[in-house]
Design a protein around this ligand. Structure first.
Ligand SMILES: N[C@@H](CCC(=O)N[C@@H](CS)C(=O)NCC(=O)O)C(=O)O
Length: 222
């Protein structure tokens, strides 16, 4: 049975999963959840995702939520197709991947998401919302300092976990691509040439082109 992705084509975490499905060339059905209408807070939805959030997947009856866990599962069971080595099995390479995955969550996403949500997503969904500039500028300045460490890492290796592309690199696209909407262009800055080189290459990947911006659709076959 084709993998079912329950979420929203314009939501960040759903896009993260769709990105990896495209990288791995996995056909999927997108089931749009009416978030504005509160469908993700209804009893039947909570049976599948107890926190009332999107996305989750149904893969032949196997239900899984948390976008990064879903991506890990997809990369693991479809290891031999699409983009290879997103999930290295060698213990040391996998440990480096775990390190990079933690870096993305703790040192990048925590601040990028905060700034993007405050300055861009909340005002977009609620026209009366006035962003808290302090929250945003604190998140951006912390992120900016963290990117100096990224520059050091990426001056010695091509990607965050080594010289091969992994899930950890790809996860940065979701909020990284929205940072200019929060007024921050530090991922493109010439002052950090290796970060700029890395993010430009990620941004040009066909899988990202398929899911970025204004929504994406089910993919019936590859
Ligand atoms: N850690 C979760 C976060 C999921 C999440 O925050 N989803 C948002 C959309 S991107 C959502 O469902 N928001 C509506 C709500 O929380 O009520 C994941 O990665 O799947």
């Amino acid at each position: 049975m084709v993998l079912k992705l329950y979420g929203s084509s314009i939501a960040t975490c759903t896009r993260r999963v769709a990105l990896i499905l495209h990288e791995k060339k996995v056909p999927f059905e997108l089931h749009e959840i009416d978030v504005r209408g509160g469908a993700h807070k209804k009893t039947d939805y909570l049976e599948k995702q107890p926190f009332g959030q999107i996305p989750y997947i149904d893969h032949d009856g196997f239900i899984l939520y948390e976008s990064r866990a879903i991506c890990y599962y997809i990369a693991s069971i479809y290891s031999s197709q699409g983009t290879k080595d997103l999930l290295p099995s060698d213990p040391k390479a996998n440990a480096r991947l775990q390190q990079a995955l933690s870096v993305e969550v703790a040192n990048f996403n925590a601040f990028a998401e905060k700034a993007v949500v405050e300055k861009y997503l909340r005002p977009m969904y609620s026209r009366d919302y006035k962003p808290d500039e302090k929250i945003c500028s604190e998140a951006i300045s912390t992120l900016d300092a963290k990117l100096d460490a990224y520059e050091k890492i990426l001056s010695k290796q091509k990607y965050l976990a080594g010289d091969e592309l992994t899930l950890a690199d790809l996860y940065h696209l979701v909020y990284g691509s929205l940072l200019p909407n929060a007024g921050y262009t530090g991922l493109e800055s010439e002052s950090r040439p290796n970060v700029a080189r890395w993010f430009k290459e990620l941004s040009s990947r066909p899988a990202w082109q398929a899911v970025k911006e204004n929504g994406f659709k089910s993919v019936a076959a590859y």
